[in-house]
Design a protein around this ligand. Structure first.
Ligand SMILES: [Zn+2]
Length: 162
């Protein structure tokens, strides 16, 4: 678990002033250099102050429940967002890797066919290389997309069971 993820989990408590001095210092240090956590902390502050404004000793239950529901919705949304972003990065990396790794093979095979049909080098052949590279890249992205969708369906299923 990275520093960022660890701090992320403490932000709600930090806004509520429920951290130990050491944790509070850790959060303050991370937030100074991390815009994402800093924004998140700002988003938590109004929720935390709402909680603090509650009359003691007995907070009205509807407000507690509304706040908890809001906090839960926010956490779920955040987890979903982070997960989607991770999948997107994986898809892009995978598609590019696939394209770059297999292009030389594809090119040498299609190049051999091409030279059988057209022995001398010509400008049109050069153009065809670019067209086939574009088509090939699109194919790579398509394969990456299909893989990502399959991965997403599988992981979603696993998460639902978890
Ligand atoms: Zn962070």
């Amino acid at each position: 678990m990275s520093e960022h993820d660890k701090i992320r989990e403490l932000l709600a408590l930090a806004a509520a002033g429920a951290l130990t001095a050491a944790e509070e210092k850790q959060v303050a240090e991370h937030v100074r250099s991390c815009v994402s956590c800093s924004n998140e902390l700002d988003a938590w502050r109004p929720i935390a102050s709402e909680l603090r404004r509650l009359p003691t000793p007995q907070p009205s239950s509807w407000l507690v429940q509304a706040t908890l529901a809001r906090a839960e919705a926010k956490l779920t949304e955040q987890a979903e967002h982070d997960w989607n972003r991770r999948v997107m990065i994986a898809v892009v990396a995978f598609a590019w890797l696939l394209t770059i790794a297999s292009w030389p093979v594809f090119h040498s095979v299609s190049g051999r066919f091409g030279s059988l049909l057209e022995p001398q080098f010509s400008p049109t052949q050069f153009g065809q290389t670019w067209i086939s590279f574009a088509a090939f890249t699109a194919l790579g992205w398509l394969a990456g997309g299909v893989a990502a969708v399959m991965l997403a369906i599988r992981q979603r299923g696993e998460r639902r069971l978890a």
